[in-house]
Design a protein around this ligand. Structure first.
Ligand code: ATP
Ligand code: LTN
Length: 332
């Protein structure tokens, strides 16, 4: 039997953070062995916000290199850049014609981003989740490993798959989200009720995968917690300390309950923060070091992306042809 298909992507709108590893990348690395996997750098999604062309170019290669540094194996997985496969956009148009306005207006990310970037509420930002659905459906993916914030977008992809199948005939798999129980939403170190983000203007709020050991340690030492002094996992009432517990779990693999138990006698955060700081620095160091090596060899990186695009295009074209035919577009 053919392996099931996994697809996911990240926007090259900045440097990746430990949140990207916790929510998505580590699952990509895990799933790639059991699934037929495709991972793309979604540059067309990134331009829904204003991007400086030179930075966008740099970040696109940085993000691709970070996939590999985190353990995505280009021998196992197809790694490519979204804009190299125009079939995503072609399918997105067909899906756009199946999507109701209301389905886009109720997207939480659209509401948040149009508040945040009120000077640039473009139509691309509005239809962004349809392009994401096309990214997934154009490979007929079964599983989409993402962080918690993408659940609503995935729901649209599922609805569009079902709608297309119902209106025409069975074509798409209905994709399932794959979201970690712990680490699906790593919070900002400065405002622990907000998601950690690569584009947060306060760089102390995010741990970037390119940060040095010292920078990582200092950011964790300065992380905002609360005025209590016990180490308790309660995301609703103690978000700051819970986030640090989550990071320690991610870095060491020790279960959350065990961490809480080990630290049950603590009467302050300083020593715990020091432990988290060292563990996270140890966890990121090998990723950063691999990244620097991979990123330095642009030719090799481009070769991975070129062969990735070639494989992806062939596959996407097959699905797109089928879709066009079912819709009634005349083939040449
Ligand atoms: P950012 O806010 O950092 O710009 P984003 O969510 O807007 O990120 P992407 O960079 O495309 O957009 O996210 C890629 C993947 O990483 C998604 O699956 C997303 O859910 C996941 N992710 C991003 N930030 C976090 C986080 N803080 N915690 C867990 N998962 C995250
Ligand atoms: N919308 C996602 C990025 C994204 C994606 C995808 C994730 C675009 N296309 C396809 C999984 C599958 C985000 O904002 N994080």
């Amino acid at each position: 039997m053919d392996k099931h298909v996994v697809l996911s992507g990240m926007q090259p709108s900045g440097e990746l953070t430990i949140g990207h590893v916790a929510g998505a990348l580590r699952n990509w690395v895990k799933l790639q062995h059991e699934y037929d996997s495709l991972f793309c750098v979604v540059d067309l999604h990134a331009i829904t916000a204003k991007q400086e062309p030179a930075k966008l170019r740099k970040w696109t290669l940085d993000v691709a290199a970070m996939y590999l540094a985190a353990g995505v194996d280009p021998q196992q997985s197809t790694v490519f850049v979204q804009s190299h496969v125009p079939e995503h956009v072609q399918l997105a148009w067909v899906l756009t014609c199946l999507t109701g306005m209301g389905e886009c207006t109720r997207m939480t990310q659209f509401k948040e981003k149009s508040d945040r970037y009120s000077d640039n509420i473009n139509v691309g930002l509005f239809t962004y989740p349809i392009l994401m659905a096309a990214d997934i459906l154009v490979y007929n993916a079964h599983v989409v490993p993402v962080g918690e914030d993408q659940k609503q977008h995935l729901e649209l992809a599922r609805n569009l798959a079902e709608r297309f199948n119902h209106r025409y005939s069975e074509t798409f798999n209905v994709p399932e989200p794959y979201i970690p129980d712990i680490g699906g939403r790593i919070m900002s170190l400065q405002e622990p009720t907000k998601k950690m983000s690569k584009s947060d203007p306060n760089t102390n709020a995010s741990i970037f995968l390119v940060d040095s050991d010292d920078v990582i340690r200092n950011k964790i030492r300065r992380a905002v917690t609360d005025s209590e002094s016990t180490i308790v996992f309660d995301e609703d009432h103690r978000p700051g300390i819970s986030n640090l517990i989550t990071l320690l779990h991610l870095a060491t693999n020790v279960p959350v309950e065990q961490i809480v138990q080990q630290w049950s006698g603590a009467t302050g955060y300083a020593e715990f923060k020091e432990t988290v700081a060292n563990a996270v620095a140890d966890y990121i160091r090998p990723i950063r070091e691999r990244f620097l090596t991979i990123r330095a060899d642009t030719d090799a990186l481009n070769a991975v992306l070129e062969s990735g695009a070639e494989v992806a295009r062939k596959r996407a074209l097959k699905v797109l042809r089928k879709v066009y035919k079912k819709v009634g577009l005349v083939a040449l």
